[in-house]
Design a protein around this ligand. Sequence first.
Ligand code: 5GP
Length: 122
Amino acid sequence: MAYDPNNIFARILRGEIPCKKILETPHSLAFHDIQPQAPIHALVIPKGAYVHLDDFTAKASDAEISDFTRAVGQVARQLGADADGYRILANCGANANQEVPHLHIHVFGGRRLGRMIDKPSA
Ligand code: 5GP
């Protein structure tokens, strides 16, 4: 899938749309999800134009990958999610119902989060 420079997170990165910023690093930005699904629900995105994790891991530099990975951990600590545990999640493409075509890691915390994914119905 080609990167769409008008996706909502690209517009946030360009400052065209506001966000509740948590953290900014040389290669990453983190902000609160607009429709939180847990008491803590943050999104961490790379500043580069990557559609999803597959695109990112194939094309991003080591500096971008290390910055992004560290940003995820830092966000969790900054929001206090590390105290009782948290979940990170990255939807990648159609089977995962990815809605915004710019790589983002969800950081969920602040409550018990249940099992990883729905079990297939029998
Ligand atoms: P996905 O399904 O692509 O993994 O998740 C996209 C996430 O982006 C959703 O949790 C949705 O609430 C969030 N989102 C969509 N538009 C905006 C926005 O304009 N601002 C923020 N902060 N989050 C958004």
